[in-house]
Structures are given as C-alpha cells and as structure tokens.
Design a protein around this ligand. Structure first.
Ligand SMILES: [Zn+2]
Length: 139
C-alpha cells in the first residue's frame, strides 16, 4: 500500500515553480489513469452511497469497503474530471505568474512576477499554489 501524499518531495524556494510543474504532471497522469476504466466523472446515489459509479457506466465501489455517505461524496467530488479541471486551472495560474526580467529601482535588471510585480520569486501565489500540492516552505 502506498500513500502518494507522503512521497512528495520537498524543494528549496527557487525550485518551487519547476517542482509544481512536475507535481501537476504527476497528479494529471494519476487522474487520467484513474479515468481509463470507468470514465472521468464519478457519482454516487445519496440513497445508495455504497455504490460509486463512473461515467463509463461501471461501478467503481460497490458494497466493498462500504464508504460512508461523506466518504462517497468526497470520492465523487474529487473524481478524475475534477482533478483534471483543477490541474488545468493551476497550470494557467502558474503560467500567468511567470518570472520576467524588469528594470529595478537601482536601474538594474531583476526577476519579478509578471502578474504580481513581486521581486520575491516565485511569488506568493505560486508558493501558495504549491502548498496545495504538498510543498512546504523551508523553515
Ligand atoms: Zn505572482
């Protein structure tokens, strides 16, 4: 048994954007693989929450493991389609907060976020985005 959450590597701040890009790739590949057999949309029937079905028509969970109602709701909330949508949005946020070279106060060229204008790069937005994937700010 593995736990993908615990296998996530930590990285230094200067590597946050590339680490996040790799993490988005990894999460996307897991969601795509999970969708292959039974489709990307997973739903449950509130009256029969122990049955979680895929949009491909097959049951993913059927009276085995017996998820509780809240667990069934959580599984269907974070189905492959939801994860892929989140990854796509996060990729766009990461791309918008790219690092650009700007002329600084001392007439020198400095790295800055293209959206925030922050000279701390990657910017706070990228760092917070990475935290959502398990990255931790070094102490
Ligand atoms: Zn930014």
């Amino acid at each position: 048994m593995t736990n993908d959450q615990q296998k996530r590597p930590k990285s230094m701040p200067s590597d946050v954007a590339s680490w996040l890009q790799s993490e988005l790739d990894r999460v996307e590949q897991i969601a795509q693989a999970a969708a292959v057999a039974d489709g990307p949309v997973w739903t449950y029937n509130p009256g029969d929450y122990w049955i979680i079905s895929g949009s491909g028509g097959g049951p993913l969970v059927y009276d085995e493991g017996t998820p509780t109602g809240p667990q069934a709701r959580h599984i269907s909330l974070w189905d492959p389609q939801s994860v892929l949508r989140r990854v796509a949005a996060d990729r766009r946020i990461l791309a918008e907060h790219k690092i650009v070279r700007v002329l600084g106060w001392a007439a020198d060229w400095q790295d800055s976020c293209a959206i925030c204008g922050s000279f701390q790069v990657p910017c706070r937005t990228v760092r917070l985005l990475a935290e959502g994937y398990g990255w931790e700010e070094p102490q």
